[in-house]
Ligand binder design. Sequence first.
Ligand code: HEM
Ligand code: NAG
Ligand code: NAG
Length: 329
Amino acid sequence: MALSMNLLFLVLIISLSLAHLCFADGSLTPQFYDHSCPRAQQIVKGVVEKAVAKDRRMAASLLRLHFHDCFVKGCDGSVLLDSSGTIVSEKRSNPRRDSARGFEVIDEVKSALEKECPQTVSCADILAVVARDSTVITGGPSWEVPLGRRDSLGASLSGSNYNIPAPNNTLQTIITKFKLKGLDIVDLVTLLGSHTIGDARCTSFRQRLYNQSGNGLPDATLDKTYAAQLRQRCPQSGGDQNLFALDFNTQFKFDNFYYKNLVASEGLLSSDEILFTQSSTTMALVKKYAEDNGAFFEQFAKSMVKMGNVDPLTGKRGEIRKICRRINH
Ligand code: HEM
Ligand SMILES: *[C@@H]1O[C@H](CO)[C@@H](O)[C@H](O)[C@H]1NC(C)=O
Ligand SMILES: *[C@@H]1O[C@H](CO)[C@@H](O)[C@H](O)[C@H]1NC(C)=O
């Protein structure tokens, strides 16, 4: 009798803690859609693979969307909202105007998921899974994506302008902006390794090519031959939208060439190169990753999960949007 009471008690404790795991507010879990939409991740992956096969740069654009989402009001899908009613879209902010892309791919993922399991998978979670898939498709590491984020009921244009670091910010400013999101220097140096894929426009780094201390010369931390090449297609005026690979060595491959480039004074953005030139802490990490791709990959997976945990809406907060570009009502 005593034994079976003990057993009963044990079973009770176990089921209570399981229930806690499944329904806990505020914590994300990779199993979140296992019952409500078991094929969700498979469906996302299919759409992303197709989109990247059509346009190789798309992997980079999609990875960046998750970053921009998480840095403005947390990972809540606010990056995706168009303007309507009282909502002012973040799409017109400085970091995004003429720059952020991939919204049509997210639309396509969302409509495929709505067919499979209506109003179940959030747009914020879609962005997190799509970022992981984009990394894997281009040759980077994989990780399990914690899920259960819900979608915001609004956007923040000012948040987009102020919270997302600019390419000409000082290292201290950038470190502070990451710290405000609970991300440390290791996360910063590691997540910037995303610039191993994708492009930047001339206007994002022109300042480095012509105006260093007002003397018209390229930034002294820029390799001279590389600077001369960049100047050819990024003139002092005009050509603002001309595109340049963030990692000119292996533009479409997710690898550690980004860090090798920084060591060789061939980082494209000022915000990239200063990781190597302005602090011994960040410089040591850049050197380590330049020499050890495995160390980079391992930490990248961890830091992406950490970034994906920035202030999600969970439980009953927010909503599950039907269309990622607008709130339900
Ligand atoms: C200090 C922080 C960062 C700064 C200043 C920064 C800045 C930029 C800039 C200026 C561009 C080019 C935009 C353009 O000219 O159109 C860019 C592109 C990109 N960024 Fe960042 N970024 C930062 C951190 C991150 C992080 C944390 C990620 C991902 C986790 C990321 C992923 C990307 C990707 C993949 C692209 C290429 C996008 C494409 O080709 O469409 N960036 N970034
Ligand atoms: C950074 O770039 C922006 C946009 O081009 C410019 O308005 C601003 O003056 C620059 N800031 C610094 C410190 O150079
Ligand atoms: C260079 O700096 C001068 C004055 O500091 C400014 O008037 C000019 O617009 C700048 N040029 C570029 C290409 O940023």
